[in-house]
Design a protein around this ligand. Structure first.
Ligand SMILES: C[S@@+](CC[C@H](N)C(=O)[O-])C[C@H]1O[C@@H](n2cnc3c(N)ncnc32)[C@H](O)[C@@H]1O
Length: 312
């Protein structure tokens, strides 16, 4: 029996512990948090703001689409500090102040957006956007003329089903979990299949990841994939659509990567397994696989290609 004096009874009674989020400055001068749980930054150390702009908002062509549409639907998978959404809303309303945005955010930990607000990390974005996201972090739902928003707190593997039930037809999906080795649950064939089902026929999904396992899971969901430019770092990201139009084809090296054991995706049939179980299941499948070993692919691509001049 919980002690009624010391045990919290409701969510509201639980005091957020913002000390667990350590502030770090990234290479473009913008700040982000470090996660002790996942042992990594919430954004690329090459630049948190740059990443939001170039890996997510530009790739999903929100400025062009907002200019020609009165209504857009966005899904932010792993809302976190809210940088991707803050950048998206700013871009959309700069292009078309009347554009009505229907928005869903998925996030496991409601303290992350609240800690970002408390640390004033949304300061660089316009006041109107900042005020909306401040209210959203608190109320978790908003219904305004230009923004209808639902921040769904919980494991995205479960909360995505609430979005699916509304047949969302998203114009843009930001896929921004922690890296696949640390959070394989949110890169599995099953989860990405559900994410894909939220995408409109002409929508764009964007992620910073270029992992072969992620790309093959997106392909398994039935999507076409393309490469997105590296931003302050030497890896490309990935864009995915139901149609191949506007996608930049993978280069030969990246294409061949998809035929190696690295491309064996994470599988999570029940949608409830732990990271360890997903890793073990994938390792077993890799051991049984007749695909080329990734080390051989790596070695091949370290050697100069036919006709290429070997540097002295
Ligand atoms: C890389 S950060 C996202 C950064 C964010 N997109 C931004 O712009 O600030 C990953 C986020 O995923 C959240 N997360 C981790 N596991 C999750 C899960 N199973 N379901 C939903 N969110 C999860 C973490 O709390 C963290 O906020």
């Amino acid at each position: 029996m919980p002690d009624p004096v010391t045990q919290p009874n409701t969510q509201a009674d639980i005091k957020p512990n913002f000390d667990r989020f350590r502030l770090e400055t990234t290479a473009d001068g913008s700040q982000t948090f470090y996660s002790n749980e996942f042992n990594q930054l919430f954004h690329s150390h090459f630049g948190a703001h740059q990443e939001a702009e170039a890996k997510f908002v530009q790739v999903t062509r929100l400025a062009e689409r907002a200019a020609e549409r009165s209504h857009l639907t966005l899904i932010d998978v792993c809302y976190g500090l809210g940088y991707n959404t803050a950048t998206a809303l700013t871009t959309i309303w700069q292009a078309n102040p009347q554009c009505r945005v229907h928005w869903y955010g998925l996030e496991a930990d409601r303290d992350v957006p609240r800690a970002a607000i408390a640390a004033n990390l949304l300061q660089p974005w316009p006041t109107a956007v900042r005020h909306l996201l401040t209210e959203l972090a608190d109320a978790e739902t908003l219904d305004r003329d230009t923004l209808q928003a639902h921040l769904l707190i919980g494991d995205a593997r479960q909360t995505i089903t609430q979005i699916l039930a509304t047949n969302p037809q998203a114009d843009a999906i930001f896929l921004d979990p922690f890296a696949p080795p640390d959070c394989p649950q949110l890169w599995s064939v099953e989860f990405l299949g559900n994410v894909a089902r939220c995408l409109a026929p002409d929508g764009y999904l964007a992620t910073y990841s270029c992992a072969a396992a992620v790309r093959s899971a997106l392909i398994a969901a039935g999507l076409h994939i393309g490469s997105t430019p590296p931003v302050g770092r030497n890896t490309h990201g990935t864009a995915a659509r139901w149609i191949a139009e506007d996608l930049t084809p993978l280069d030969r090296r990246a294409h061949e990567h998809l035929y190696t054991r690295a491309a064996i995706p994470y599988r999570d049939p029940s949608g409830t397994d732990s990271a360890e179980t997903l890793h073990a299941r994938r390792s077993e499948e890799q051991l049984r696989s007749s695909l080329e070993a990734t080390t051989r692919w790596k070695k091949r691509w370290q050697q100069p290609l036919e006709g290429q001049i070997t540097p002295l």
